[in-house]
Design a protein around this ligand. Structure first.
Ligand code: FE2
Length: 384
């Protein structure tokens, strides 16, 4: 196996030389390394750890063409999916999930957290089986149609959690009443504490400023006993009155809850009940950052009933985020790109770095992170 010698490569804010030798980084640092006969030489470019996808739905991926979303709303997506769900087979779920993971890998994404709809035992069992042979894959028990709003939903959700999912999901804004939404959050935390699991909810994915489940998630997190808590979407925050939003951002930061935004889906799913002007379907990333909160960036859908488009390239999600979130200063764009290999990894624990002994590495043929965002190319993926 030839060695690969990277020279004058960009690594965060430094220029380094780095030697990839038989599946591991052997040398890394400033200064010039000497090549030997047979080495592959790569001059310049950008080095990063692998990216991580904190929020995707592999059970629904690649199904969008079978049930086009005419209204473009979240609710029609859920309705279309509930019909498709009846015809799922284990082989079909596994095949689409495997194909989608291959797409992700080609873009340098080597960790995935999929939400699986616990309304389908077929999907749950298929993705848990796939996890057994797919290092880096986590499965969240996600009750797409709520825990309390329909008979039998709670049983399927609990079956999935107790069957070995990595984290407990919920969808409080989709329950019938505000009180039932809050109760579903508390049920999720109670189950997570009992089993020592994390919590990862779809939280306040609506334009309704009265959707206020995130504060309950934060309060439950502060009560302790749950190792890692993620609140996905949180788009209602976009429409909260500013004083309330400020309080919630502070609470998110204090509690350590990680907010994962999903800009590709939410920029098209939200604002659908608005005339003009139409609201942007995005949580307040700038204000969360300012408060000291932890943010992640998900792709969410890959050609599914909610979002017909999608490439599985997380840089596309980052690209949408900087546009819709007005995060286009040099520092903000760099921070968004770095989220993909730092905060996005937190559901798996400590984010990876690039240094001696590392066995996963991406090389991008661009000068810096702003160019990475602008061009969104494929990386060269180095894995042991
Ligand atoms: Fe989602």
């Amino acid at each position: 196996m030839a060695r690969t010698l990277f020279r004058h490569a960009r690594l965060l804010d430094e220029t380094v030389d780095l030697l990839w030798d038989h599946g591991v980084v052997a040398v890394a640092g400033p200064g010039t390394l000497t090549a030997r006969a047979g080495d592959v030489l790569v001059d310049g470019g950008l080095l990063t750890p692998p990216f991580a996808e904190p929020h995707v739905h592999l059970d629904a991926a690649l199904l969008g063409a079978r049930a086009p979303n005419v209204s473009g709303t979240l609710r029609e997506g859920i309705s279309n999916w509930s019909r498709l769900r009846e015809d799922l087979t284990a082989d079909d779920v596994a095949a689409r999930a495997t194909a989608t993971l291959a797409m992700y890998r080609s873009w340098g994404v080597l960790r995935w957290r999929t939400h699986v709809d616990t309304g389908s035992n077929v999907a749950v069992d298929a993705l848990l089986s796939l996890r057994a042979t797919t290092p880096g894959l986590q499965v969240v028990a996600f009750p797409q149609e709520g825990i309390l709003r329909a008979p039998g939903r709670r049983d399927g959700w609990e079956r999935a959690v107790r069957g070995g999912c990595d984290a407990v999901g919920a969808i409080p804004h989709f329950e019938r009443t505000t009180e039932e939404g809050w109760e579903s959050v508390r049920l999720a935390f109670r189950l997570a504490r009992e089993l020592g699991l994390g919590v990862d909810l779809h939280c306040d994915e609506t334009d309704d400023p009265g959707s206020r489940n995130l504060e309950v998630v934060c309060a439950e997190t502060l009560a302790g006993g749950v190792p890692h808590v993620v609140a996905g979407h949180c788009t209602a925050m976009h429409s909260y009155p500013d004083p309330y939003a400020a309080r919630v951002c502070e609470l998110v930061a204090t509690s350590g809850v990680q907010v994962v935004c999903n800009p590709l889906d939410n920029v098209v799913l939200q604002g659908r009940y608005d005339g003009y002007p139409k609201r942007r379907g995005l949580t307040r990333v700038d204000e969360l950052w300012a408060a000291g909160a932890i943010v992640g960036v998900g792709h969410d859908s890959v050609m599914d009933p909610w979002y017909r488009l999608g490439t599985a390239n997380l840089l596309d999600a980052a690209y949408m985020l900087v546009h819709v979130g007005h995060l286009t200063s040099e520092a903000e764009m760099k921070r968004v790109v770095r989220c993909l290999h730092t905060e996005n990894h937190l559901p798996w624990g400590r984010p990876p770095t690039v240094g001696v002994g590392v066995t996963e590495l991406l090389h991008w043929a661009v000068a810096d992170e702003v160019e990475l965002l602008r061009l969104r190319p494929r990386p060269a993926v180095f894995v042991a």
